[in-house]
Write a protein that binds this ligand. Structure first.
Ligand code: ADP
Length: 266
């Protein structure tokens, strides 16, 4: 577990959640949801109680990545309060706006609506006691980031990037946001996704399609830990689309996610 800084939520929602891990990125499409999904499942595989909040209100992918697209959360009345019951899959309690809206409906929401949705998901979902809640944030910096930080005590952030310059530039802004004094969320580290490609027939070769070590160098510059690199693997993409997280497949790629879970749990 990690120290929670005083600058965050004064009376946080979710006091019964021991660690809240925010997964962020500068750009979309770098694998933030893939990493957060696999991280959550990897943590659950260690025996921890894990929740997953899909806070990417404008592009929710948890229903697909956890293969529960057709599930609808139940409601439970307790006095004045109505609880939303999270969906459970692969040992993880999941909440996503995607469960409450048809998949093809556009999310044309104003900032305040998005932030109140997040507040509701945090406060009105029956999460129970958790060791970890993994929060899949929208790309970039947004009201939703601020809303999260104002409502719960975020333990730390993991920043996902791919190695190329345009992704790194945006990731830097995201990372700098967490380090601002008024935000002050500890950055647990950087993870470099789609770091290289190794063809099956050339297992010794690594092709650095998006450039080499971009994430590692950025971690050094910002003096935050480097949590490792994940190669481009067809199986990871297929796992995402099929809703069966790659970490469950016990392959070389699952080791990378198990290792990430170990680093985060430290
Ligand atoms: P983001 O959440 O940053 O928008 P996603 O996690 O949705 O990104 O990933 C974008 C696409 O790239 C998805 O189709 C996903 O399956 C794929 N993908 C992510 N990481 C990898 C990887 N390491 N190897 C192959 N495909 C990947």
């Amino acid at each position: 577990t990690h120290d929670v800084t005083a600058a965050q939520a004064a009376t946080p929602l979710l006091p019964q959640v021991k660690n809240i891990i925010a997964v962020a990125s500068g750009k979309g499409g770098v694998g933030k949801s893939t990493v957060s999904t696999n991280l959550a499942v990897a943590l659950a595989r260690t025996g921890a109680k894990v929740g997953f909040l899909d806070a990417d209100i404008y592009g929710p992918s948890a229903p697909t990545m956890f293969n529960c697209e057709h599930e609808q959360p139940g409601m439970e009345k307790e006095g004045e309060k109505t609880w939303i019951i999270p969906i459970e899959q692969y040992g993880v309690k999941i909440m996503s706006i995607g469960f409450l809206t048809p998949p093809d409906s556009p999310m044309i929401w104003r900032g305040p609506m998005a932030t109140s949705a997040i507040r509701q998901f945090l406060g009105d979902t029956k999460w129970g006691e958790l060791d970890y809640m993994v929060v899949d944030l929208p790309p970039g910096t947004s009201d939703i980031h601020l809303s999260l930080i104002q409502n719960v005590a975020v333990t730390g952030a993991v920043v996902v990037t791919t190695p190329q310059k345009v992704a790194i530039m945006d990731a830097q802004k995201g990372l700098a946001m967490f380090q601002q004094p008024q935000i002050n969320v500890p950055v647990l580290g950087m993870i470099e996704n789609m770091a290289y490609f190794t063809p099956k027939e050339l297992p010794e070769n690594k092709y650095y399609i998006f450039g080499k070590d971009g994430g590692k160098e950025m971690a050094e510059r910002f003096k935050v830990p480097f949590l490792g690199e994940i190669p481009i693997v067809q199986e990871i993409r297929e796992s995402g689309d099929n809703g069966y997280p790659a970490v469950l497949k016990d392959s070389i790629t699952s080791e990378a996610f198990d290792q990430l879970a170990k680093e985060v749990a430290r």
